[in-house]
Design a binder for this molecule. Structure first.
Ligand SMILES: [Zn+2]
Length: 324
């Protein structure tokens, strides 16, 4: 018997495939991460992340001019401070590395959309995302410092605040703090669902932010849980989040999809360092076609429901897409 349904009819040429393509990846989908360090004349590759560099402010143009030229609308700024202390005071210092970076980026590239990652772990000597007392990460005490950090980033000129700390009530606390300081117009991109993932390894190299004791499992989520992700996200929506992020991406496409189905807010995903480094390592060995794999993965995020993709591949992917 002959098949009645012939799905191959709509796959018979590149043009018909283009005509019915459901999802597209474009430069405007990307948020490009930027690492800033104190000092001068620094451009230093992160050993476990080939193609990703630490920049001192005087050399940041080398990165940003490329981002802008490629049509990527947005960057997220991560700071690597030279000094850390117990309460992460460089996270909210007026002249902290991130605050300086935001001011200088907005001065040189006023239309580039600058997102500030709001957390303490890169700034605390214990490497946790909140205040620590007797080996405990305190929730409500941490909110005060996180709010102070967000306000200082907004004062420096950040266009959007992206809190990544996973303390309970962080969106409400930061929203209230921003509003009180006159930043009602600044949106919050909440890292609503952030898993305690082994895929963060290379980032911790990059940001020198490994926890000095214990792990982050009392605040980041268990990779085995999906319904809990919906509860996390629902709190953030109720607390006034403007967008939701799922982190990491590849192993959590189902979570992106569930958030997209359940909530009306835009969904972003963080295609994290370990995902990047795996592809880079396999590509260096000649085991995969890097360009094809990266574009397929990014398309997968879009298909799952992500409007925005925070990815270390942003620049190369934008370049590949331009080349066609
Ligand atoms: Zn953190």
């Amino acid at each position: 018997m002959k098949p009645f349904a012939r799905h191959r009819r709509l796959r018979s040429s590149e043009n018909i495939r283009r005509m019915i393509r459901e999802h597209h990846v474009a430069a405007e989908d990307f948020i490009s991460p930027v690492f800033v360090v104190e000092g001068e004349g620094i451009k230093e590759e992160v050993p476990s992340m080939p193609g990703v560099f630490h920049y001192s402010l005087d050399r940041l143009d080398e990165e940003l001019s490329e981002v802008v030229e490629l049509g990527i609308p947005s960057v997220i700024v991560f700071g690597v401070p030279s000094e850390k202390d117990a309460c992460g005071s460089q996270a909210y210092a007026e002249n902290g590395i991130v605050q300086q970076a935001i001011r200088s980026i907005k001065e040189r590239y006023p239309s580039l959309y600058v997102i500030a990652d709001t957390c303490l772990c890169q700034y605390t000597d214990h490497g946790h995302c909140g205040t620590v007392e007797e080996g405990e990460i305190l929730n409500d005490e941490s909110l005060r410092l996180l709010t102070q950090t967000a306000v200082s980033q907004a004062e420096a000129g950040a266009d959007m605040i992206a809190p990544s700390n996973m303390m309970d009530g962080f969106v409400a606390a930061i929203r209230e703090g921003l509003d009180e300081a006159g930043f009602e117009r600044i949106p919050i991109l909440s890292y609503a669902v952030k898993y305690a993932s082994a895929f963060y390894g290379p980032f911790r190299d990059a940001a020198h932010s490994s926890p000095q004791f214990g792990d982050r499992r009392t605040y980041q989520m268990d990779p085995a849980n999906a319904r809990e992700a919906l509860r996390e996200a629902a709190s953030d929506v109720a607390e006034g989040a403007d967008m939701l992020m799922v982190k990491p991406g590849m192993a959590y496409m189902d979570i992106i999809h569930r958030l997209k189905e359940r909530f009306d807010l835009p969904v972003a995903t963080y295609n994290v360092s370990g995902e990047y480094s795996m592809i880079k390592a396999a590509a260096q060995k000649g085991w995969i076609d890097e360009k094809a794999v990266v574009l397929e993965m990014l398309t997968g995020f879009k298909r799952a429901g992500a409007e925005l993709i925070l990815t270390y591949h942003a620049k190369e992917a934008a370049r590949w897409l331009r080349e066609g």
